[in-house]
Design a protein around this ligand. Structure first.
Ligand SMILES: Nc1ncnc2c1ncn2[C@@H]1O[C@H](COP(=O)(O)OP(=O)(O)OP(=O)(O)O)[C@@H](O)[C@H]1O
Ligand SMILES: [Mg+2]
Length: 359
């Protein structure tokens, strides 16, 4: 097995990676829904947010602070812009890592207009002193600016105009409770259902002026790992293929053929995912096998296997992390169309898996 050339593409630039690459950043602005009505899926979040924003508008008040949590590419930045648009307010965009010192935050806060939305992306990556300043700003619309150093330092209170903080995080669990508690509304974004992603694909195709049949959209949606960003990216690759190899119309066959070229399979697994599963099944009989051994077998770093490939395999129910090591589920054998060794010997399919799970 030679997966060396799998290393040519950094994990972060995988076609099915959820983080935004350069091309995504360039085109995403054009594909972003502009208001809540255009935002697809996330019914509960939309309904709740709609109430929060309507009520604030009716009171002529600034909306409560909103925390958006969820995996990359599910629409947090999009929703933050929608919140500002729905409130008819300007939006200022910054991120946790960009705020090194409390002073950086004070400068931003003190320059906000009344009612402005401050979007703080990756809020879990803010420095501790900035975080503490934010507590007071969120609660009392006030910050203490420290002037001078050492024993002579004095805190000068500074009034802020009311604003709406929209914080986004992929790791809600990492937020200190005092910060989490200061948000009036917390929305947790879930992965999208295939039928929702189909709508995302149709919508984007029409914005990009690409012809697509319903089956073609379904084919792309099914491979998009529950993530609109990935759906939009796959759509662009399929569009290329349809233009070069056919008449430009995206049918089911065209979508499937295009994504086969990019090695994204029917379930959205890419080459790395399949390499991990294949090693687990073919070399270790489905496990249990230790992470390090598995990583060596696929020629990848431990971290790549653990952080890049495994989360989706676990989410899809193809791989389980157990105290004794990584174990393939019956669904993994079925997906790679392989027969578990015990099942082959014992006759009954799936039999051999039972002792692995202690069932
Ligand atoms: N509900 C949705 N309906 C339609 N398109 C969506 C939806 N959610 C996200 N998208 C599209 O997916 C892309 C990625 O969304 P967005 O940038 O908002 O994700 P994010 O959660 O902020 O990701 P990250 O964690 O990487 O910052 C955007 O181009 C947007 O158009
Ligand atoms: Mg974002």
């Amino acid at each position: 097995m030679n997966w060396d050339d799998a290393n040519d593409t950094p994990a972060s630039e995988r076609l099915v990676g959820a983080s935004a690459d350069r091309e995504d950043q360039a085109v995403e602005a054009a594909l972003r829904p502009k208001d809540l009505g255009e935002f697809i899926g996330q019914e509960k979040v939309r309904e709740q947010l709609d109430l929060v924003l309507r009520a604030a508008r009716a009171r002529g008040a600034t909306a409560d602070h909103v925390l958006l949590s969820g995996a990359p590419g599910l629409g947090k930045t999009t929703l933050s812009m929608i919140i500002a648009a729905e409130m008819g307010a300007p939006i200022r965009i910054t991120s946790g890592p960009a705020i090194q010192h409390a002073g950086d935050l004070a400068a931003i806060l003190s320059s906000l207009q009344e009612g402005e939305v401050l979007f703080l992306d990756e809020i879990h990556r803010m420095s501790r002193p900035a975080e503490e300043m934010l507590y007071m700003a969120m609660e009392d619309f006030r910050v203490d600016v420290i002037v001078g150093k050492g024993p002579g330092a004095t805190a000068i209170p500074l009034e802020l105009p009311p604003f709406t903080l929209v914080g986004a995080t992929t790791r809600a669990g990492l937020l200190p409770p005092p910060l989490r508690d200061r948000f009036g509304f917390t929305a947790h974004m879930e992965f999208y259902e295939p039928h929702e992603l189909e709508r995302v694909v149709h919508r984007s195709a029409s914005l990009l002026d690409v012809g697509i049949e319903p089956d073609g959209a379904a084919e792309i949606a099914g491979r998009s790992r529950g993530t609109p960003r990935i759906a939009n990216r796959l759509l662009r690759r399929v569009r290329d293929y349809a233009q070069v190899k056919a008449d430009g119309l995206i049918t089911r066959d065209i979508a499937a053929a295009a994504l086969a070229v990019y090695e994204v399979d029917a379930r959205g697994l890419d080459r790395l995912d399949r390499a991990v599963l294949q090693a687990l099944l073919k070399l270790f009989g489905g496990g249990p096998v230790g992470l390090s051994t598995l990583a060596v077998a696929v020629g990848e770093e431990r971290e790549t296997v653990e952080e890049v490939a495994e989360p989706f395999l676990v989410r899809e129910g193809l791989l389980a992390r157990t105290p004794r090591g990584r174990v393939a589920t019956p669904a993994a054998w079925a997906h790679l169309e392989l027969t578990p060794p015990h099942a082959a010997a014992g006759g009954a399919a799936g039999n051999g898996q039972q002792d692995l799970f202690g069932a």
